[in-house]
Write a new protein. Sequence first.
Length: 367
Amino acid sequence: MKRTALYVLITVFAILATALAGCAAPSTSSTGSIEVRVTDAPPNQDVTSVMVTVTSVEIHQAGGNQQDESGWLLMKLSGASTFDLLQVKGLEQVLATGDLAAATYTQIRMQVSKVQVTFKSGNTSDATVPSGKLKFVQSFDVAAGKPTVLLFDFDAEHSINITGNGSVMFKPVIKLTVTKTPGAIEITTPSLPNGEVGTAYNATVTAMGGKAPYTWSVTTGSLPTGLSLNVTTGVITGSPTATGDFTFTVKTVDNSTVQKSGTKSFTVNIAATGALQITTTNLPDGMKNVAYTGTVQAVGGTSPYAWSILSGSLPDGLTINATTGVISGTPTANGNFTFTVKVTDSAGTPNTDTQNLTIHINDEVST
């Protein structure tokens, strides 16, 4: 296995003031906002996944005694503790948000229980993290009423060391910069469900990066007739009144001083009243050797429905319930699995519908 170049950016820019039990909460006039974020730069194409599990984040305030652990503030993570850095490339995934007393801070450390690198060849390596804690030494100030962003640029070409026997060790080589600007923003919703005339519709468009709250709008095309987009929440609701394929572009704008925006195009099919139609257009990702559940749904026709896989195959270890459309089991292999699901109703002359779907199964990550 050759050494590969991977640039992993971990952005820290806010942490909760509810950090340690027993610590007095600072007044709002003397606090600045902090968030913990993760991001990464485009990696070498040989790397397909970098799974990182963070179990704690601590900030050290100037004046505290490092030997007896005084001055270390334990922060509460509010985001996912395990994440694939390649899924947030160029963005900043928030791990935690909140306020921290306006003061000088000297260090930050993270408890990382696992770093796992998967290569294009299919090989997966668990990287050893010495002591399990990553400590970064650099003074920075949190100013009252202002955000603070700490950007950690991991140079994995030098941080990930492969020994002669094939073992992988993670010894971070890091460039740390302090800034006030959050990163780019991107709409992360992969697709929107289909619908039917006269049947209540509800779906949500979500985004990652930038600075919340976001503002949502439709910039080109139009939503299915009868539906509307909530500008604050990104929720699309209503009852469709016309059939057809509706293609439109959704835009989101963040709350940064210099606003950032992202756009994405969607197509939603609205079927006639009573027509049999599979509404599910996207299924959740899963993880190898971890129980999985996803449901394929339909509207119209005559219930009960019968579900089957028409072509392709489900991930190894998963099956579809012919009555409920529930896909469940424990995946035994990682990868992308594309298949066509079919639904048949109970009408005298049965109606059918099909939908192409993909389930991505990540390799397992132990904690």
